[in-house]
Design a protein around this ligand. Structure first.
Ligand code: GAL
Length: 799
């Protein structure tokens, strides 16, 4: 039956009045002032336990990142060789006597993993999945007024190896404490959709499940607020059914899109008599999209390619401890490249990532699992599958389904069950779980067997979208092999590179050997990989190879490059001391590799002219010079003022090349369109290292104890030319209202710790991550190295 839409405008419904603050729910950060102990002590669950000697810290916290890289750690090289183990957290806190009549809830956004929680000695429960958000009701066990409560959390990440990438260990996401009235909106109870959208009007549907409250004479008021906080529509309904459907019409809606991520808010108020007894606000966006087997993807009716990257959840040197600014920086770097989509490989993400994607305009493929019943690592989630997969998947969809950025669910990555008939039954079961909670988005799975006749997850017939990992060679024939099906490249490329490293010549492609074990044949002794985009894993391709195919066919709706950033762990193709991945378009420290500019030239309209490599070589050496460019029909390069030729991309070329006998000096490139100069750029030979230069990505940050300024460290010669192979040990000093949080350089093999006040540069660059204190003021960062003039930068931290 078609739903009856009740459109009610905001004018009338003020009879209920707005609540005074103490009546409605309050959600506060519960991150501050925890005690931590690395090790196991079962007595720590008890109230009387003496934790005086434990370390004090604020959450989010990842203890693994504080450890030393060591190939003997049981996490193995797959997790970067960082330590794991067991850890305990405790926090003492008071709840005001005025809250005696309330419900007090604690929300953990994610704990890696096997968390167990006690409140005042009472066991609340266990949650094995390290990526899932969960809640406990503390109310029955709390003491109020001047009495202390103690919450204790045991985190067991000792069951190693349990992952193919770095997970981090601990309460690595935010924790929240909510105080609500006894009668309140249940967690994740509303589902907000936009069943009808055009540029003139949109219908917002709010479906709220209020089991247990029927017949209580309550009303539920829903209001839609625009980005100025103005109420644009309100409807009030009596709670007479378990499921309440409310519809609000928004005239001239500002649609959510990649370039204009307009957001609205839906405020729900539960009303008893004339009193608001609970309220809850959800961010939403008005948009529609569809996939077409012939034409690919459309957002709000406009054709667009999904230009995505896969991301793991670590934030490089910060480990996995969630920091909103760190995630935002990552997304800004990707946005600047033209990336418009993120696949949360291979697990539910931090809520902050989804909030940022809503706000910044990224599509998100929200992925659930890397394995089902069949394992990939000895102690991975397959051990918890039977008991937990239904609840975990349900909770993921319930938590995330209101985000406008999410356009697809993935029920799994390269799941082993695709190779046997259990792929049919489990595939159907999981799709059904998702669809029961959200039937507005397609469900896919990232399949690694591209043969439709042999792939049992595909054979389940349950997938809306066929997601293929790699197998780019069959993409052109997709419509023939998968008649009527819709395509998405769930994972692509797996090309390898080390930032700032170049091997000559550049014009042949090398693949990682097929046996999957031996390091790259003829690989470099220092475990670097050339940055000319000519090395890839054998199952993948260079960046150019796959992008050329995807861009050609409309039915190929898009792709997800493996990966946007390097991540800790999975250091294909090398063995120890390689400890982080080579797949990123951007290195672990956030410095773009050269291929970033290939994407920028293809994925954005802004003019690009990028020249590689650097210009410090041996005289007479033959050097391959590449240029990525767009918005121009030719590029001319000049070595010390003499033209070395004009190059034009022909056919499907994505770069041009000159082979040049090296001489020191200036290599300059000029791009032209119709004879007119579009851009010029140059690389210059650097002389002897002379001084350190520090550059802050943001020179003003918030004095909230969380915000970050990322300082890029480079070494310049006397003429201010950056020295491309600088690798000095740099020592940092931070004074004023900030702290040095971590250091990095983007090298995949550097075994020095990230949590340190010194670090070597790598291929000319280093990174210092500065965090504000909760007090405003100046932060001065200085960096010194033997034989060089020190550098400094001042950051203002503002209240
Ligand atoms: C894929 C896998 C990813 C990553 C990648 C490396 O097969 O889905 O998680 O391991 O290979 O190339």
């Amino acid at each position: 039956m078609r739903l009856r839409y009740l459109y009610t405008l905001c004018l009338v419904l003020f009879t209920a009045g707005f609540a005074s603050a103490q009546n409605v729910r309050k959600t506060e950060s519960f991150n501050a002032d925890w005690k931590f102990f690395l090790g196991d002590d079962t007595a720590a669950s008890q109230v009387k336990f003496d934790d005086n000697r434990w370390r004090k810290l604020d959450l989010p916290h990842d203890w693994s990142i504080e450890g030393e890289f060591d190939s003997k750690n049981p996490t193995t090289q797959a997790e970067g060789g960082l330590p794991a183990g067991i850890g305990w957290y405790r926090k003492s806190f008071m709840i005001p006597a005025s809250s005696k009549t309330k419900t007090i809830l604690i929300d953990f956004d994610g704990v890696f993993h096997n968390s167990e929680v006690w409140i005042n000695g009472h066991y609340l429960g266990k949650r094995p999945n390290g990526y899932i958000s969960f809640r406990y009701d503390l109310t029955p066990y709390l003491k109020f007024g001047a009495q202390q409560n103690v919450i204790a959390v045991r985190v067991d990440n000792s069951d190693q190896p349990n992952s193919r990438w770095y997970t981090g260990s601990g309460i690595y996401r935010n924790v929240w404490l909510t105080t609500a009235n006894k009668i309140h909106l249940p967690q994740w109870s509303s589902f907000i959709t936009t069943p009808q959208v055009d540029h003139q009007k949109a219908a917002i549907n709010i479906r709220t499940v209020l089991a247990g409250l029927v017949g209580s004479k309550l009303t539920l008021r829903a209001s839609v607020l625009d980005d100025q906080g103005k109420v644009v529509g309100t409807v009030t309904s009596s709670v007479i059914d378990t499921v309440i459907q409310q519809n609000i019409r928004v005239m001239n809606p500002k649609l959510w899109s990649i370039n204009h991520p307009n957001l609205y808010k839906v405020k729900l108020q539960l009303i008893a008599g004339n009193k608001v007894i609970d309220d809850y606000t959800t961010t939403t966006g008005i948009r529609y999209f569809n996939f077409d087997a012939d034409k690919g993807f459309r957002l709000n009716g406009e054709p667009m390619k999904i230009l995505g990257v896969c991301l793991h959840h670590d934030q490089g040197a910060l480990g996995t401890a969630v920091n909103t600014r760190a995630i935002e920086r990552q997304l800004q770097i990707l946005k600047n490249m033209g990336c418009n989509a993120i696949r949360t490989s291979h697990n539910p993400p931090a809520p902050e990532l989804l909030d940022l994607c809503d706000k910044m305009g990224f599509l998100v493929m929200d992925e659930a699992f890397d394995m089902w019943k069949k394992k990939k690592s000895k102690h991975d989630y397959h051990e918890d599958w039977d008991e937990w997969h239904v609840k975990d998947l349900q909770d993921q969809v319930l938590r995330d389904r209101n985000h406008p950025s999410i356009f697809a669910w993935s029920i799994g990555n390269e799941i082993r069950e695709q190779f046997d008939s259990t792929g049919v039954s489990i595939g159907r079961e999981l799709v059904k779980i998702v669809k029961q909670l959200d039937n507005t988005r397609p469900v896919t799975s990232a399949l690694s067997d591209a043969d439709p006749k042999k792939n049992f997850i595909y054979q389940s017939g349950a997938l809306d979208l066929v997601g293929l990992n790699y197998h780019q060679e069959v993409y052109a024939d997709f419509q023939k092999n998968y008649p009527g099906q819709k395509f998405i490249g769930t994972e692509n490329m797996s090309a390898l590179a080390t930032r700032g490293h170049y091997d000559m010549p550049s014009d042949s492609i090398r693949r990682w050997p097929k046996d999957g074990k031996t390091p790259l044949k003829d690989g470099n002794a220092d475990f670097t990989v050339s940055s000319y985009d000519n090395v890839s894993a054998y199952w993948g391709s260079t960046h150019e190879e796959t992008w050329k195919i995807i861009k050609t066919h409309d039915f190929l709706s898009g792709l997800f490059v493996w990966t946007g950033f390097d991540y800790i762990g999975e250091p294909t193709p090398y063995l120890w001391p390689a400890r982080s991945s080579y797949f990123g378009i951007v290195d672990l420290a956030g410095f773009p590799k050269d291929v970033y500019y290939m994407y920028q030239s293809e994925w954005t309209n802004k003019s690009v002219l990028h020249l590689l490599p650097h210009w410090n070589w041996k005289p007479g050496q033959l050097i391959d010079v590449w240029a990525y460019y767009n918005n121009a029909d030719e590029v001319e390069a000049f070595l010390n003022g003499k033209s070395i030729g004009v190059r034009k991309k022909t056919g499907d070329d994505l770069h041009v090349m000159w082979r040049v006998k090296y001489e020191p000096g200036v290599l300059k490139a000029v791009s032209r369109r119709n004879g007119k100069v579009v851009m010029t750029t140059q690389v210059v030979t650097a002389g002897e290292p002379y001084k350190i230069q520090l550059k802050a990505d943001r020179s003003k940050i918030k004095a909230d104890g969380k915000d970050l300024s990322y300082i890029t460290v480079s070494v310049l010669d006397k003429n201010n030319v950056p020295v491309p192979d600088a690798n000095q040990l740099v020592k940092f000093k931070v004074t004023g209202q900030g702290v040095l949080k971590a250091v990095d350089n983007g090298s995949q093999t550097d075994l020095d710790p990230f949590v340190s006040d010194q670090h070597h540069l790598f291929n000319g660059l280093g990174l210092a991550i500065i965090q504000s204190k909760a007090v405003g003021g100046k932060i001065t960062v200085t960096a010194a190295a033997d034989g060089l003039q020190a550098g400094s930068v001042v950051i203002e931290s503002l209240r």
